[in-house]
Design a protein around this ligand. Sequence first.
Ligand SMILES: [Fe+2]
Ligand SMILES: [Fe+2]
Length: 187
Amino acid sequence: MDGLELLRQDHDRVRTLFTSFREAADAEDGTQMAELVGEIFHELEVHTAIEEEVFYPMIHDAGGQDLTEHTDESYEEHHVVDVLMEEIRGLSADDPSFKAKMTVLMENVEHHASEEEDEMFPQVRELFSQDQLEQLGEELQAAKTRHETAATTKEDLLEQAREMDIEGRSSMTKDQLAEEIGKRSER
Ligand SMILES: [Fe+2]
Ligand SMILES: [Fe+2]
């Protein structure tokens, strides 16, 4: 698949999840909100990771100053979303700032995705051949599969940590989770 098309489909999937989240938020359905946040964060983590690993490095120096600056800004915009995700992970759905932080996160992501589609992608399409864009698609897909697998393992570990009631589990890395679970299992 054309790499730009793959990225655009990711954006659309996230937009659909945002719509569902807003509906759940209007209905004050905390359970549904928490579930959607899990899905949204998963999508965002995988998408930003494959852009940073494969897409941004490819385009960073491929065009003019404009594209370079836009790419640099994109890394920073991803970073802001990372920070927000980290903060939201530490809150329960009924925390007063949960909805507000999610709203800001969604607005940030929507703005970022639209800029990529409207300003970045057209430039990239001019700079690269269709063959190169197909190749990009394959590399993005491969990176995606790798991250999906890693994320699933982490989710499994988190689930185990939840069952063992391990404190501070939500802020742990995959390795830390594995280590804590290992320690408890030995007892
Ligand atoms: Fe991005
Ligand atoms: Fe994107």
